[in-house]
Design a protein around this ligand. Structure first.
Ligand SMILES: Cc1cc2nc3c(=O)[nH]c(=O)nc-3n(C[C@H](O)[C@H](O)[C@H](O)COP(=O)(O)OP(=O)(O)OC[C@H]3O[C@@H](n4cnc5c(N)ncnc54)[C@H](O)[C@@H]3O)c2cc1C
Length: 570
């Protein structure tokens, strides 16, 4: 019978080392994986090329740094092109990180995206330190792989905008899923099996057989056992948090763990912008980086076990401050009241404002990185617009799939807007090109994006280029348009809090208390703002998390003195 087990591949400098690593891996993983290996780098690359050509899956590659005629990082670079989804780690000996050339190799490999991490060679079995990391790599690889453990198969037109939204939602919630084009043989067969041969809208087929035709977000979330309605008698909370990005999730963890009855309202699913980031490398404590969706899922579970109530796929549409307690109006639900409100609504990407491209949103044109679409543009040219870190990260992520990624930047340099490690990574990646002084002014395609028009800002010359994807990351605007006028904002719409509200030692007009606003309090007492939506936020996961934890201490201060609380507007 054909052996379809995915592969763990080892490249080591000599037979003894190779045997040692292979033995340790085989002992633990033989039931589910094939463990293969080579000493000579050229033989290893040839074997990995054959595996790619025969469509076999390589899950993890481990390689030593000091190989015959080359080094591990160069080999890993080539392996990344052959098997872009494989996790790659450099094998080193205990203490070898103190050796400068090895340390430099690790820094370079990770900065240029040729390595996921490093691993200390196994010693006496059972070496749980070694296996813990191998297990993490296998887990991460399996999350990015279409295959076993599927909860839902989505059948939709390849470039349907709603199909794209659903895939994005499934990717962000971490539901194992698979996408099948409705116009292919398998798509037609699946639709016929569920009696939906003529269906144009997306169809979800659940593992247990339930069929969801053109499901809403609420229907999808309900189908996975997550409640999206509130009990009739639970409409009043100590704190209602609007937004389940890093700031809102952190506030929820701290508030509910400290005994406050807590509701989180989220118009989509948990994660916010961070949920769309393929790899966050600078968040404290995750030395290998962590996928934004995974970080958000963990935080959601953490808040949930402390008792936070979540109302997902429901948007806060108005905040009423005319009664004794703040009231939030919610789409598709009755209003909720709260002793305190935390605004954690974040920001979203500025639109490109080109009608032809707006029409193709979801059909080749995407705002953000869109982790769910990366494989759909495989081996085709794509463009990323923007000059910030998020645009750089998007380009580094997409170049694993696309034949070529062009970063289109309006300015003449990235030095002021993008971290040095990302600039170096872009420069060192053969299928990434950075084009300065250009803007995307038009685009088109029959049912999806096929071409873009670029304009050289200096000469005004335009050129049409083939493009299967356009990923737009060009700045942002805060989600504050639904707030009442009493919540003071800066000219960009960001919410003013704390000392930003105090001018020349004077509290804002209409402020009803003697004390000035607390550091995260808005111009209305009991209403707070945290994370990216706040004026002056540094717009990082860590600062959103910091705000989310600090705000809860301020909520306690207010709630501990209920007798002194005035109504929100005094
Ligand atoms: C592609 C990408 C990559 C990034 N990479 C990094 C990185 O590597 N490191 C780093 O530190 N930072 C990174 N960032 C920035 C980081 O993700 C943000 O700073 C962080 O997510 C801000 O958190 P937040 O909770 O304030 O807001 P957001 O993450 O924007 O979350 C706000 C949430 O509020 C919800 N919402 C909005 N309005 C309403 C409403 N009316 N009712 C209900 N819900 C509402 C939104 O749906 C959203 O879920 C990245 C951002 C992006 C987009």
């Amino acid at each position: 019978m054909e052996d379809t087990r995915p592969i763990i591949f080892v490249v080591e400098c000599d037979d003894d080392s190779l045997d040692n690593v292979r033995r340790a891996l085989s002992r633990r993983y033989d039931a589910d994986y094939r463990v293969l290996g080579e000493c000579a780098p050229q033989s290893a690359l040839a074997a990995l090329r054959r595996l790619r050509d025969s469509g076999e899956e390589v899950a993890v590659v481990l390689a030593g740094q000091w190989l015959e005629g080359t080094d591990g990082i160069r080999v890993m670079e080539e392996i990344g092109e052959l098997h872009p989804l494989a996790k790659r780690a450099l094998l080193i000996d205990w203490g070898e990180w103190a050796d400068r050339p090895t340390a430099e190799a690790i820094f370079e490999g990770m900065a240029h995206d040729h390595l996921d991490y490093y691993l200390i060679r196994p010693v006496e079995p059972p070496d749980e330190h070694f296996h813990r990391l191998v297990g993490d790599f296998l887990y991460e690889w399996s999350r990015g792989r279409a295959g076993a453990g599927l909860e839902i198969t989505l059948v939709a037109e390849q470039w349907s905008a709603r199909g794209h939204e659903i895939r994005d939602l499934l990717a962000r919630t971490g539901v194992p899923h698979r996408f099948v084009r409705s116009d292919g043989a398998e798509g037609r067969r699946l639709l016929a099996e569920v009696g939906r041969s003529d269906e144009r809208a997306p169809v979800g087929i659940m593992r247990e057989g339930q069929v969801l035709v053109d499901p809403t977000n609420v229907e999808l979330i309900n189908a996975f056992g997550v409640d999206t309605a509130l009990e009739e008698d639970r409409r009043d909370f100590d704190v209602v948090i609007v937004g389940a990005g890093p700031a809102g999730l952190t506030a929820a963890v701290y508030a509910s763990s400290e005994g406050l009855s807590t509701l989180v309202l989220e118009r989509e699913v948990v994660g916010g912008q961070a949920g769309s980031s393929s790899l966050i490398r600078n968040y404290l404590g995750f030395s290998r980086g962590i996928g934004g969706a995974e970080l958000a899922r963990n935080a959601y579970q953490q808040a949930w076990v402390f008792g936070t109530r979540f109302l997902l796929a429901h948007e806060a549409t108005a905040l009423r401050l005319d009664g004794p307690r703040p009231v939030l109006e919610v789409s598709g639900e009755d209003p909720v009241t709260a002793s305190t409100v935390v605004l954690a609504t974040g920001i979203s990407y500025r639109r490109i404002g080109v009608p032809a491209l707006e029409e193709l949103t979801g059909a080749g044109v995407f705002y953000g990185t869109s982790i769910s679409e990366a494989s759909a543009i495989s081996d085709q040219p794509v463009y990323v617009v923007g000059g910030g870190n998020s645009a750089g990260q998007a380009a580094m992520h997409l170049c694993r799939y696309a034949s070529k990624v062009t970063l289109a930047v309006r300015g003449e340099t990235l030095a002021d807007s993008m971290s040095q490690y990302l600039r170096e990574a872009l420069e060192a990646t053969s299928n990434v090109e950075v084009r300065h002084g250009v803007e995307v002014v038009n685009g088109g395609g029959r049912s999806r994006l096929e071409t873009l028009t670029l304009r050289d800002r200096a000469s005004g010359r335009t050129e049409a280029v083939p493009a299967a994807g356009l990923f737009i990351l060009i700045g942002a605007q805060p989600h504050t348009e639904w707030l009442p006028a009493e919540i003071a904002r800066d000219p960009g719409g960001y919410v003013l809090t704390g000392s930003d509200l105090v001018r020349h030692g004077r509290v804002p007009e209409g402020w009803p208390l003697e004390r000035p606003p607390l550091i995260l309090e808005t111009s209305v007492p009991r209403v707070f703002a945290v994370g990216d939506v706040r004026t002056g936020s540094t717009q990082r996961v860590a600062s959103a998390v910091g705000d989310g934890s600090v705000v809860v201490e301020q909520l306690h201060r207010l709630l501990a003195e209920p007798a002194r609380l005035p109504s929100p507007l005094g």
